[in-house]
Write a protein that binds this ligand. Sequence first.
Ligand code: SF4
Length: 253
Amino acid sequence: MIPSLSPESLEAWLLWQHQLQPFTFDENFAEEINSSISEGITKVFNKLECSSVSVAPVAKNVEEPVDKSLSPLERVRARAERCSACRLAAKRTNMVFGEGNPEADIMFIGEGPGEDEDLSGRPFVGKAGQLLTKIIENGMKIPRSQVYIANIVKCRPPANRDPMPDEAQCCIGFLKEQIKIVSPKVMILLGKVAMKNLLGIESSMSKAREMTYEYEGIKVFVTYHPSALLRNEAYKRPVWEDIKKAMKYLGMM
Ligand code: SF4
């Protein structure tokens, strides 16, 4: 049964439950809910709060045995592979979970996959990704495989637009699980979408990068997204300054 919660908590609870195991509601609500997951969600959740509707798993997802041979990250990945909780599922080629050292000290977090990432299923492999790899390998002098790289949303937003707030809200549970499992010493958030969705900060990047932050006890630095760097070389110096701040914090320089 759906718990009796405020509309906001209910919405979050329901979205997260849907991610864990996509479900449908009774016949009258099923169609409306499916469209509401991507559109008028608040309206429908308000309705649900007043009703007592049983949650019934969708048939194709009923069988979900936990594969004990999988690592904790692989288990989260397996759920994300099956996820269709937001509109971005419809056009993805691949879900782009994230990659790297599951025990990394440093975690980079961007906003979402682009075309190259959607096609390959790997994060940060296009031009912006190659630049990030250069920052890690030539600047920080560590192999890319030593860090962990992920995004706020796991499926490509059309035409490389920013993820919409409801898409980010829908997907961020996966990232939070990744962060918890990897448990890095430092997170470097790349761009405003990551900053907004993990820290709730909406100020300009030039202002935000003057400070450091904490997320669940993890030190957080923010800097420009590599794609901004590709568009404007002037961001090169501030990005390197931000990376150096993280390196100093970790005793790497
Ligand atoms: S973006 Fe995230 S929430 Fe949306 S379908 Fe993909 S994995 Fe699921």
